[in-house]
Design a protein around this ligand. Structure first.
Ligand SMILES: Cc1cc2nc3c(=O)[nH]c(=O)nc-3n(C[C@H](O)[C@H](O)[C@H](O)COP(=O)(O)OP(=O)(O)OC[C@H]3O[C@@H](n4cnc5c(N)ncnc54)[C@H](O)[C@@H]3O)c2cc1C
Length: 468
C-alpha cells in the first residue's frame, strides 16, 4: 500500500490527522491495532471535556500561552505552547463542522464544553453512545467519505527509515507483515501508560500497584519507534490521572469515577507512617503522581472531617459523596482521630500530631510553613475539627502519560539537536513538551489530540507539496 499520510492509531489524534489529510486531497490511512468495530481507545471512552489547562481552548492566544507556560513552570516548549494558543480557537469549530455537538452543562465539567451527549455523572465507566464514542464513529465515516481508509486489526511495528527520512510503516495484520509506504507518518498511538516496563522506568516503582484508569491501549509503541528513529523524548516523569478509592484495585465499578481529588485538596493525605508526604493544595493530578511514587503506592490515605465530606456533594465532576459509598468504596468514620487511626491501621499518636499540626496551620492561615508545605490559594485547607472524622484509603489512577515524543510547533518530530526528522510527525497523548513540569500541569488530552492532529496533517500536506 502507498499513501500520502499514514497515522499510527485510530483515536482522535490519528483520525483527525487522517480526516484532515483526506479532506485536503491526500491519500490517507489510519492504522489501528483494535479489531472491533468499536475498538477500545481512550478517545472512545473519555468524558469529552474540551479545554486547554482546564479553561476554554479558544481564550485569547496570549492568555492560553501564559496559562500553558506558567502551569508547566516554564518547561513547555514555547513554540508548542504558541501553537496551542493560536490554534485553540479553531478546534471547536472543526469538531462541530464534522458533526459533533459541544455542550456546556451547568455545574458540571467545570462549565467547559463537552462532546454531547454528555456522559452520565455516575460511578464506573460508561461510554457507548456518549459524545466521544459517536464522534469517533463520525470521523471514521468522514474519512471513508473523503477517500481515506482505516485498517483495523493492524499493528504498526516499526518505522521505515531511509537515510534519516521516514518513508513508511511496517505493519502486521491477520495476513502477516507488510509495509505501508507513506510520504508522512503521524505517530498517534496514545502514550505509554499501559506499558509496565516504561512505567517502572519513569513514573512508579510499583506499576502493578497503581490503577490503569484508561483502556490500556497506549503501550509505548510510538515512543519506542520514534526513539529508534532518532527522536528526542521529553518530560516522561509526569502523568495525568486522578486519586481513586483503593478498592478500585479489585472493583471495576470504581474507575474512572468517582475520583476523590477534591477531598484530598481540602483535607490531608498521609502515608503508611501517618505523616503527610505531599502538598495536597496543588491539586489532584499532582497528588496522584506523588502517590504513584511512594515505595508502596497503595499506602496513602485521605483524612478529613464531615465539613469536607459534605462539600464533596457539590464536586464538579462525579461527586464522591454519596457515589463513592454507594458504589462500594470504603469510607472509615470515627468520633475521634485516634479511633480513625485504628480503623485505618495507622499509628494513633502520629496521626493525632499530624492532624493537630495541620489544623493549627490551617486556622492561622500558615500552611505554607508546614512540611511538606501546603498551597492554599487554589483549594482552601479545611481544619479537621468537625466530627465524625473520615478516611478513604487511596490509589493512584493513571489516565495518560504527559511526556513523550518531542515535536516542534508544527508537530514535526525532533531529534535531540532540535532538527526535524523528515516525514515524521506526532499528535495526541504520545507527544511530550506541553504538559507536566514541577506541578504536573495537565493541558488536556483532547486538545492535544484534535489540535495536534490538525496541525500534523497540515504540516505534512505542506511538506509533501514542497517535496513534489
Ligand atoms: C476515562 C477517561 C476520561 C477522559 N476524559 C477526558 C476529558 O474529559 N477531556 C480531555 O481532554 N481528555 C480526557 N481524557 C484523555 C483523552 O481521552 C486522551 O488523552 C485522548 O483521547 C488521546 O487521544 P489519542 O488519539 O492520542 O490516543 P487514543 O485515543 O488512546 O488512541 C490511540 C490509538 O492507537 C492505537 N494503537 C496503539 N499502538 C498501536 C500500534 N502499535 N499500532 C496500531 N495502533 C496502535 C490504540 O489501539 C488506540 O486506538 C480521558 C481519558 C480517559 C481514559
Amino acid at each position: 500500500m502507498k499513501v500520502d499520510l499514514a497515522a499510527i492509531g485510530g483515536g482522535f489524534a490519528g483520525m483527525t490527522a487522517a480526516v484532515r489529510a483526506a479532506e485536503s486531497g491526500l491519500g490517507a490511512v489510519a492504522i489501528e491495532r483494535g479489531e472491533d468495530e468499536l475498538y477500545m481507545c481512550n478517545s472512545r471512552v473519555c468524558t469529552g471535556v474540551l479545554h486547554t489547562a482546564l479553561a476554554n481552548a479558544d481564550d485569547p492566544p496570549e492568555i492560553v500561552y501564559e496559562r500553558v507556560m506558567s502551569g508547566t513552570g516554564g518547561t513547555a516548549r514555547p513554540d508548542l505552547a504558541r501553537t496551542f494558543a493560536e490554534n485553540g480557537g479553531r478546534v471547536a469549530a472543526w469538531i462541530e463542522s464534522h458533526g459533533a455537538t459541544l455542550e456546556v452543562v451547568p455545574r458540571r465539567n467545570y462549565g467547559l464544553p463537552s462532546l454531547a451527549p454528555v456522559r452520565r455523572m455516575g460511578a464506573g465507566l460508561d461510554w457507548e453512545g456518549n459524545g466521544p464514542d459517536l464522534f469517533l464513529r463520525g470521523l471514521e465515516a468522514r474519512l471513508r467519505a473523503a477517500g481515506g481508509t482505516i485498517l483495523r486489526g493492524t499493528e504498526a511495528l516499526a518505522l521505515v527509515m531511509e537515510d534519516g527520512v521516514c518513508r513508511g510503516v511496517e505493519v502486521r495484520d491477520a495476513n502477516g507483515t507488510s509495509t505501508i509506504e507513506a510520504g508522512a507518518v503521524v505517530i498517534a498511538d496514545g502514550g505509554f501508560q499501559a506499558d509496565r516496563e516504561l512505567l517502572a522506568r519513569h513514573l512508579t516503582g510499583q506499576p502493578d500497584r497503581i490503577r490503569q484508569r484508561n483502556t490500556e491501549t497506549g503501550r509505548g509503541d510510538g515512543l519506542r519507534m520514534a526513539e529508534d528513529a532518532g527522536a528526542a523524548l521529553v518530560g516522561l516523569d509526569k502523568f495525568y490521572g486522578h486519586v481513586l478509592s483503593r478498592d478500585v484495585m479489585t472493583d471495576p465499578e470504581l474507575w474512572p469515577y468517582p475520583q476523590v481529588d477534591v477531598i484530598c485538596a481540602s483535607g490531608i493525605v498521609v502515608g503508611a507512617d501517618a505523616r503527610r508526604f505531599v502538598d495536597e493544595g496543588v491539586g489532584g493530578v499532582y497528588v496522584t503522581n506523588a502517590i504513584a511514587r511512594l515505595d508502596d503506592p497503595l499506602a496513602a490515605t485521605a483524612i478529613f472531617d464531615s465539613a469536607v465530606w459534605e462539600q464533596a456533594r457539590e464536586a464538579d465532576l462525579v461527586p464522591p459523596n454519596p457515589l463513592l459509598v454507594e458504589a462500594g468504596g470504603t469510607l472509615h468514620s470515627a468520633g475521634s482521630i485516634g479511633e480513625l487511626a485504628i480503623r485505618c491501621g495507622l499509628d494513633t499518636g502520629t496521626l493525632e500530631v499530624t492532624v493537630s499540626e495541620f489544623n493549627a496551620a490551617a486556622r492561622a492561615g500558615r500552611t505554607a510553613a508546614l512540611t511538606p508545605t501546603r498551597t492554599a490559594d487554589r483549594y482552601t485547607p479545611v481544619p479537621i475539627e468537625t466530627p465524625p472524622f473520615h478516611a478513604i484509603p487511596l490509589a493512584a489512577g493513571i489516565t495518560v502519560t504527559m511526556g513523550g515524543i518531542a515535536v516542534d510547533g508544527a508537530a514535526r518530530v525532533l531529534r535531540p539537536d532540535d532538527t526535524p526528522i523528515p516525514g515524521l510527525y506526532a499528535a495526541g497523548s504520545t507527544v511530550g513538551g506541553v504538559e507536566g513540569g514541577p506541578e504536573a500541569a495537565y493541558i488536556g488530552g483532547l486538545i492535544k489530540a484534535f489540535l495536534l492532529g490538525l496541525v500534523a496533517a497540515e504540516t505534512a500536506a505542506r511538506d509533501i507539496g514542497a517535496a513534489d
